[in-house]
Design a protein around this ligand. Sequence first.
Ligand SMILES: *[C@@H]1O[C@H](CO)[C@@H](O)[C@H](O)[C@H]1NC(C)=O
Length: 436
Amino acid sequence: MRCIKSISVIVFLTSIFLIILYSTLHLELSHSVRASLQDLQNEPDLNNAAKNSFKEESLNSPLPDVNTVTVSQGMVNFDFHDFSVSQGFREIIPQNGGYWNRLLFSALRSLDNRKNPLINKLPWLGCRQENQQLLQINVHDFNSYPDLFQSFLQGMNCMSPPVLINQPNKCIPKDKNGDKQTFLLFAIKSTPRNFERRQAVRETWGREGEYQNGLRVRTVFLLGSTSMDDPDLSALLSYEAKHFGDLLQWDFHDSFFNLTLKMSVFMKWTLKNCPQVSFIFSGDDDVFVNTPLLLTYLQSLEASKASQLYVGQIISSASPHRDSRNKYYIPQSFYDGPYPAYAGGGGFVFSGALMQPLFLASHVIPFYPIDDVYMGMLFRALEVSAEAHTGFQTFDVKQQDRANVCVHKGHILVHQRFPQEIKKIWNAINSPMLTC
Ligand SMILES: *[C@@H]1O[C@H](CO)[C@@H](O)[C@H](O)[C@H]1NC(C)=O
């Protein structure tokens, strides 16, 4: 009897012990979950300003909950599950060289730990606040940076400016049976004041419509806004937009260092409004493009190439300019390392199928002040190699060939031309009298 009693006491005590042990473990477990959520909100420490709040857009959650996020009126897919950044890209960039390098690797750590990379991005309003002090801590010589460069750093996390002029129906086939999906979308970087250049492009190589073999071409001009000191062109722009239906405008200052932002908002626009497009041309409003030749080239591509295309004039072993008087100057403490091979920004072409991964990459890889270098980084991150094509002359042809129409006939793109020259060359290469 006594023996049975002590056995039941032992059993009782053991179960109590087990219950206590289990609940401690459980507490431990939920504690660590909470701790990692905390980390999530503090990561990366370079970017404490980011803690502010992205709550309105419900981005403040761990990766498994984030799939799609509402942007303006529609949905853009923000699913990072199958997204990764190539080893090759990680290896070209030194980890601790400059501020940008540190930001990149901090974002990559978040991605690798399956944390939501969007946590560092801020809503447009307020995204430039409180940055100054933090930047001075993170970049020891921040105060010696040129003003525009300082301004770029302050806005590096600002990614969703309001849309001022939209073309939501640009790529919707007008007639269900006859009209085709867009084969080539010309996305031309312009600025509000460049009306004459846009008009020359509309009347020549950027003319929308059906080209050979029924290939459909559409055109949009990408604009930021004028600054307070500029004359107000908004009435003219809204007239132009209504009349031609090809302007896209966002509310950010249209400047050289904001071209990366322009590319990023254009990617978002395309995903939402033109998701089926086969190819995208990105270029300047002062280039000449031989549209029929470009279309012939694109149509000749094999399917595997056509879905992984990034083609242009490739600049393969460039490094940052370190002379502060240069337009492309990059301070050493901002970026250290070489540039991945990239296509000159005057004009290059890529597959529409790459738009979604590029867009995701642009939310992981911090903005870089030079847009074509940045695009090169994104493609490298996706392991899409830059394809060199001698038909793209982003640094212009030889001086003695500048007036030679036959030379232009053999090129896909030539930089840089006045609107009058663009019209002249276009008319000449399309003339039945041309014998070359
Ligand atoms: C980019 O645009 C924002 C918003 O208009 C502006 O505040 C910022 O100064 C611009 N950045 C540069 C480097 O021009």
